[in-house]
Design a protein around this ligand. Sequence first.
Ligand code: BDR
Ligand code: CA
Length: 361
Amino acid sequence: MEAAIATAVQNGQLKPSETSEMTETSNSKLEMLYMTEPTKIILDTDPGGDDIFAFLWLLSLVKQKLVDLVAITATEGNVTARKTFANSCQVLQLAGFSNIPVGRAVSLPSDSGEGAEHIHGEDGMGNLSQTLPPSDQDFDTAQPADDLLIERLNADPGNITLIAIGPLTNLAAAEAKQPGILQKAKEIVVMGGAFQCRGNITPVAEFNIWFNPKAAQTVFDSRDDIVVLPLDVTRQLVFTPTMAGAVTQQNPSSQLAQFVVKLCQFMVGTTLKYRETAGVPGFLVHDAVTIGYLFYSETLMLRRAKVQVEALGDCTRGQTLIDERHKAKPAANAWVALQVDVPNFFTNFAEDLKYLIHGTV
Ligand code: BDR
Ligand code: CA
């Protein structure tokens, strides 16, 4: 023990002054050495059934004190700005975190895409919003998402990770308002794109990028280390009602457990209707992959690449490309995931959801 304390002082992990009371408290001091600071995160989201599963996973990590959730910025995409704001507030409230600020989506450009109510329900959460208590956060007086992003990134440069699981309108608006602001994020993790597989909103495009391709281009141009988690990996992440049952079985009648099961059922219905899982009764938890990447990085393989976005094409709007020809490539701007370890991903996902719902695993 003494040796460990001496090594800690030598390595600069403990100040010599901190060793004075260590005879009685050595164990807790040493435990402190191995505790990591919670990761500071802003979640940009358009809930959205799969957004909500990503959101709940993240809130489990908040509950485990591994994440400091600085803010949510709601973005327009799956459903309208008002609905993504209301859904974000209701999810926070349901999980007991209504103190976290929520920004409202910035306005869309005139050429943006159309929503995905046919997949996520009219309200964006499987028409379950009326089963949850209304939130007391007010859309009309909420801070606009771009201002909230700018404020928080300026206040803590280099320390906040941005997770973007909707169209990239808010991030691009922040960059337009204060050029260079996205460089102040510690890391930017995006669910979006389709590289070696078909698209989901057009034959070649993935929804988040297609919805506002110019915004996506702005984000990819903002720095050279964007983490991109595309359909190539998320198409493999089929969450089933059996899995939802296992996650909730310890206390199936709690409001959160019921919400998880019913949202899963709804999403499975629309997923089967739109043939997203080749007939397998489950749904794709696309957006949850971002949490897998950040906290269970062993479940994903990434490669460096230059990602380009087709922002103008009629048939190819929103297509994302990487160049795999046998020739030297111009500078890369991203890390792209093309492989995922599905069983390990779902083991971690399920255990963390259990912790959120039941307080134990
Ligand atoms: C993405 O599109 C949205 O419908 C989902 O929420 C996810 O972010 C998948 O293409
Ligand atoms: Ca989403």
